[in-house]
Design a protein around this ligand. Structure first.
Ligand SMILES: Cc1cc2nc3c(=O)[nH]c(=O)nc-3n(C[C@H](O)[C@H](O)[C@H](O)COP(=O)(O)OP(=O)(O)OC[C@H]3O[C@@H](n4cnc5c(N)ncnc54)[C@H](O)[C@@H]3O)c2cc1C
Length: 469
């Protein structure tokens, strides 16, 4: 008979739940993790970060083979797309990665349960097992890590064929002629890029008059320019008011967000990417008395404790950016807190990355945020075109922009557009974690020739003493 008595049970096996469970078990807590999906890894590994990155990479190669090789001195014949094979590779990446979690659970002695959990008391959970039957688990503490789900647009029923969410956009059986993406955020731009590179005409419709709300305004403008040059069309300041499904796709009716004459747009596939909502459906939270905020997020204190003292929550289901690494950090923090340690997450230093080509990465404050807070700041901005390695790699698009405190030179934010921005931003995050100045970055020896030298140069630029431009 399965063990049903635990120190801590994580409900949800995404980055918040599975990482938290591993850390809790490492710290000696008797730990279980429940997920109803059938494979662990949550949204991120199954239908989010990992499959999207697999398709982004494959579609980048497809585009490169068609358009990026002749400058290097060789030509290829006709490049043909084998979409089923591309999808099979993506599925294998997902399968291998999710299986890895079961291995990690075994290694760290986390007891996995595959089934749908309902919290039936402050210390008990009912699990309806995917393989039949049910278990009732008791736990000193319960951590809700049930993540998030797609937000639907009223009037557009997602069928995952013609009107798709991100999940359907990861499994399309054919390249659409015209893909309309509703929502100019991270997920819409990434998946729009995939299908655009595979041959679709892509139009992004966004309610606001800019892309990626929350991102540094200068960066967002450049992203729009770069993706526009690649062929993605943008309709900003427009709201979708209606979608009529016909035999050949969907006719969308758009209106200017500020009011005015409507227009129609025909699409053979529509991707609804207007955001995600915290997911607590069928979890029994009202019965047990766990409070939610008006947006449906579990209300927690600084130690992730909900309104019920034995129940905690981490990840997409609580406030903060819906990012896998934020969920992971919170999973580790709650495990450490429950084990009597000082778990902590520094919310001022959560990097975020858009994996378009080039990538767009940022950490810390934007110029707009610093202005609004009345902080005096300096800018160190350097384009990749000055960097020899970027030129050798034919990857010169973009820049590093470091924002520092005008008085102390402390790094307050960093924003990067470049093919390797997602990797480069880690240096700025580390600098900020240690309270470093731009001068510290500038005085750190960076290997030559690497594109990381542009981060160093931006550190120099913040202090008005560049060497390479
Ligand atoms: C297309 C896409 C691309 C993304 N790309 C990135 C990226 O590149 N980088 C990044 O940082 N983030 C990315 N994200 C966001 C990232 O996936 C989430 O922030 C992350 O997965 C949140 O982790 P979580 O543990 O809070 O929840 P989730 O990963 O959502 O996991 C929650 C799990 O709980 C389970 N569950 C829910 N209710 C129950 C129940 N009652 N019983 C049992 N199990 C239950 C669900 O089945 C799910 O598996 C992406 C998301 C999408 C959709």
């Amino acid at each position: 008979m399965a063990d049903t008595n635990f120190d801590v049970v994580f409900v949800g096996g995404g980055p918040g739940g599975y990482i938290g469970a591993i850390r809790a078990a490492q710290l000696g807590l008797k730990t279980a993790c429940i997920d109803k999906r059938g494979t662990f890894g949550g949204t991120c590994l199954n239908v989010g970060c990992i499959p999207s990155k697999a398709l982004l990479k494959s579609s980048e190669y497809f585009h490169l083979a068609q358009h990026g090789l002749s400058d290097h001195g060789f030509s290829v014949g006709e490049v043909k797309l084998d979409l089923p094979k591309m999808m099979a590779r993506k599925d294998k990446v997902v399968g291998d990665t999710t299986k890895g979690i079961e291995f990690l659970f075994k290694k760290n002695k986390v007891t996995p349960f595959k089934g749908a959990a309902t919290i039936i008391g402050p210390n008990s959970i009912k699990v309806v097992l995917n393989d039949g039957g049910e278990e009732t688990l008791t736990a000193k503490n319960i951590v809700i890590a049930t993540g998030s789900d797609v937000v639907a647009l009223p009037g557009l029923t997602i069928d995952e064929q013609t009107i798709v969410s991100s999940t359907g956009a990861l499994t399309l059986g054919a390249v659409p002629k015209h893909l309309v993406v509703i929502g100019g955020g991270v997920i819409g731009l990434e998946l729009g890029s995939v299908w655009q590179r595979l041959g679709a005409k892509v139009t992004v419709v966004e309610f606001l008059d800019r892309l990626i709300p929350g991102m540094d305004g200068e960066v967002a403008k450049n992203v729009q320019r770069i993706l526009g040059k690649q062929g993605i069309e943008f309709k900003l300041g427009k709201k979708v008011v209606k979608g009529d499904k016909g035999p050949n796709g969907v006719t969308l009716t758009l209106e200017p967000a500020a009011g005015g004459a409507a227009e129609t747009l025909d699409a053979d596939v529509v991707l609804v990417a207007i955001g995600r909502r915290p997911y607590t459906d069928s979890l029994g939270l009202d019965t047990v008395g766990v409070a939610l905020d008006p947006k449906g997020r579990v209300v927690v204190d600084h130690h992730y404790k909900s309104s019920v003292p034995s129940i905690f929550a981490v990840g997409d289901v609580i406030t903060g950016p819906m990012l896998a690494h934020k969920a992971e950090e919170e999973g580790v923090a709650i495990a450490e807190l429950l084990a009597g340690q000082a778990g902590h997450v520094n919310y001022d230093v959560i990097p975020s990355v858009i994996y378009t080509a080039p990538e767009v990465a940022s950490v810390g404050k934007t110029e707009e945020e610093l202005k609004a807070a009345g902080v005096e700041y300096k800018i160190g901005k350097v384009p990749f075109s000055v960097n020899a390695r970027a030129r050798a790699n034919a990857d010169i698009e973009g820049f590093v922009k470091i924002l520092t405190d005008a008085r102390t030179d402390k790094v307050l934010g960093c924003h990067i557009i470049h093919g390797e921005a997602g990797t480069l931003i880690a240096e700025a995050a580390l600098a900020m974690e240690f309270g470093a100045s731009a001068e510290d970055i500038a005085r750190t020896c960076h290997a030559h020739p690497t594109v990381s030298e542009v981060v160093k140069e931006a550190g120099l630029a913040a202090n008005g003493r560049t060497l390479n431009m």
